[in-house]
Design a protein around this ligand. Structure first.
Ligand code: R5P
Length: 314
């Protein structure tokens, strides 16, 4: 097996490789003077089972091009199987036509990855499960819910019975219900959210009983942070004892970190390291990062050994 890493998340790639007791293969990923991506794999990969670790996070287009070009290089170097390990799959929110003459970018990106030469995809907490169907190659979508559950159990020791899992929008109810089941069937509430325009969220109502509860917002992406901050305000206004958030992908664009740090009602945000931008929130104690290195390493090990990956979800 060979592990390769693009420039999006070298720290996570190194932790995964360490867990697999395999070095990250020597691969040059740089730019030509005109900014085009330059890739050169420095070791033999002929006949190897190769895993390329690269999130398509900001700068999304550069990271996506790196991934595509690395896959192309591997395929031309006769790797026997290429798995694109994409801890954060960007463009996933553009998964349907939202109006006339708009694209389905998630499908286009899936096509690009397949055309580049990937044989499989391994990702974590896709924005919508059905995005798996955009790929015509096997796609494993892992869930970071076990890691989140462990952190919640540790944080709310003794108060598990007072938890309420909150989905920040109607689309996230299945995800929230899965967490609530793991937390001894904790109560469930839903935020009725509207998006007047991209990047702007408006919380309208809370559906469910949250009075006196420790509310845990559970989402796949925190981008501007608007959804979480407004949802925490609305939950507190409805009498919640506290509001924290657990989110898989810390996109945290623009003023998000500042917005979250300043929020009076959102007391904690726990994210994973699927996106390598921890430096952006250095010194912000309210935001904690937990690693998904073990989850990804175990899935890679199982894929390499042709073992079941779905049993990881139990
Ligand atoms: C939307 O459907 C996602 O699940 C997130 O709720 C959304 O991307 C969060 O965006 P923001 O942090 O900008 O409100």
């Amino acid at each position: 097996m060979k592990i390769l890493a693009g420039s999006a998340n070298p720290k996570l790639a190194a932790s995964i490789a360490k867990r697999l007791d395999t070095p990250v293969a020597d691969c040059l990923v740089k730019r030509f003077a005109d900014s085009e991506v330059r890739v050169e794999i420095k070791e033999n990969v002929r006949g190897e089972d190769v895993f390329v670790i690269q999130s398509t996070s900001e700068p999304a287009n550069d990271h996506l091009m790196e991934l595509l070009i690395m896959i192309d290089a591997l395929s031309r170097a006769s790797a026997s199987r290429i798995t694109a390990v994409i801890p954060y799959f960007g463009y996933a929110r553009q998964d349907r036509k939202v109006g006339p003459r708009t694209p389905i970018s998630a499908k286009l990106v899936a096509n690009l990855i397949t055309t580049a030469g990937a044989d499989r995809v391994l990702t974590v907490d896709l924005h919508a499960g059905q995005v798996q169907g955009f790929f015509d190659i096997p796609t494993d979508n892992l869930y970071a819910v076990k890691e989140m559950e462990a952190h919640i159990r540790e944080t709310y020791r003794g108060d598990i019975g007072k938890l309420c899992v909150v989905s920040p929008d109607v689309g996230g109810v299945v995800r929230a219900r899965a967490l609530s089941k793991r937390l001894d069937n904790a109560d469930l509430a839903i935020v009725d959210k509207r998006r007047p325009e991209p990047g702007k969220a408006e919380v309208m109502n809370i559906i469910g009983e949250v009075e006196g509860k420790h509310c845990v917002l559970f989402d796949d992406i925190v981008d501007s942070g608007g959804t979480l901050v407004q949802a925490a305000d609305a939950l507190k206004a409805q009498g919640a004892a506290s509001a924290a958030a657990y989110v898989s992908h810390a996109v945290l664009s623009g003023e998000a970190v500042e917005r979250i740090a300043k929020s009076d009602n959102l007391t904690r945000l726990v994210v994973t390291d699927s996106i390598g931008n921890e430096a952006n929130r250095d010194g912000v104690d309210k935001i904690e990062t937990i690693s998904i290195d073990r989850l990804l390493a175990e899935a890679i090990r199982r894929i390499a050994n042709e073992e079941s990956v779905s049993s990881l979800f139990d």
